[in-house]
Ligand binder design. Sequence first.
Ligand code: UT7
Length: 331
Amino acid sequence: MARTYAAITGIHGFVPEYVLSNKELEKMVDTNDEWIVSRTGIRERRILKVPDAGSSYLGIKAVEGLLKKTNTDPSEIDLVICSTATPDMMFPDTANIISDRVGIRKAFTFDLHAACSGFLFALTTGAKYIESGGFKKVIIVGADKMSSITDYTDRATCILFGDGAGAVLLEPTEEPIGVMDSLLRSDGVGTKYLYQKGGGSYHPATHETVDNKEHFIYQDGKPVFKAAIEGMADVVGKMMARNGLAADDVSWVVPHQANLRIIEQVARYASFPMEKVMVNIHKYGNTTTATIPLCLWEYQDRLKKGDNLILTAFGGGFTWGAIWVKWAYNP
Ligand code: UT7
């Protein structure tokens, strides 16, 4: 029997209107544009200012746009997976809320948490459902309102993050295109370097957790920086080797956008020239699970059917991975 592949047949992204520039951050914390640009590559990020709006607001915009541009009726969708580190609520899942608001009624939906690697974990999971043969249309949406867990008095983290969402549609095909292979990893050694301590069952919200700023993101940047380069370079190399892919066979690298210096080093290790590497960190900063679909969305007009893409991410947990995607359609 022919293998069923999960093809990406549509992509859409959404970022909120408000632009938080490095200049504005200079007025909030002891930082400066030169430091931020030279250490991270970030010039500005988008912040969701709409009142009473969480990550689902961003996800709804991305999914609505995706349904429209792919001419898909919400009733055709079988499954929605939302990767997010900033769910609207502890429960119900943000995937549930997004689906309800866009009129998806005949699907099952769930959230998947893998911090900045969430989109890769969700894409791999969604592809497996398609490959099983029982699912025809699956949406993967990465949505994060990082500003909701960012401490705007902490210069070490507040310069990094932004808000955004991106969504893809997966459909089955017998043509060898789509999600071709994926290599995902987790290691709890990373727990102490990158976390949001408060608000879960370990440290439920109390006056003390609020006073201790436990509801904000904490990051010890240096060890994460080192592990991110080593982790991504390792899985990208291994995945390309096991599929017989050389750097020349790859049209685009789609890396998680956490730090331009990390992206450049991973590209160097894998011998990819920067012209083949998707970068939009200067405009959006680190949008956690949304970075990879936002890159695909922005570069979609330059993608051709059959192009080999290597997606790679690293994040809290630690979690990391690489996915080989063969692009399924022309612009
Ligand atoms: O997406 C999830 C995974 N996350 C990542 O991959 C992020 C990995 N880490 C990083 O990208 C980098 O470690 C950061 C961008 C977070 C930090 O860059 P760094 O080059 O590692 O800087 P550092 O934390 O070692 O700080 C260097 C200096 C320190 O001053 P001293 O001790 O040398 O006097 C910091 O206090 O820079 C200072 N500093 C700042 N200065 C101006 C830290 N933040 C700032 C700031 N503005 N915003």
